[in-house]
Ligand binder design. Sequence first.
Ligand SMILES: [Zn+2]
Length: 80
Amino acid sequence: MNICTRCGKTRVAVKTYKEKVGNSIVIYTINECPDPLCQKIVDGQLRDDEKRRTLVKNDQKKRELLRKEALLRRKQLASI
Ligand SMILES: [Zn+2]
């Protein structure tokens, strides 16, 4: 059973699509809240979550890069 995380109503299937996974075909169903306004809010929250996740990922990448650069600089200094 698929229930809307926001209002608790049972979600309805709005779209199905098939995808080939290996040798078998998997049918995916997209379920949405029967309340369009609620669904819109849920969609917005998902997008916000995604944005936040991307930001965190970028931050981690940046920190990793800085760390590598610092390491490189230290190595260069050591070789002089
Ligand atoms: Zn809902």
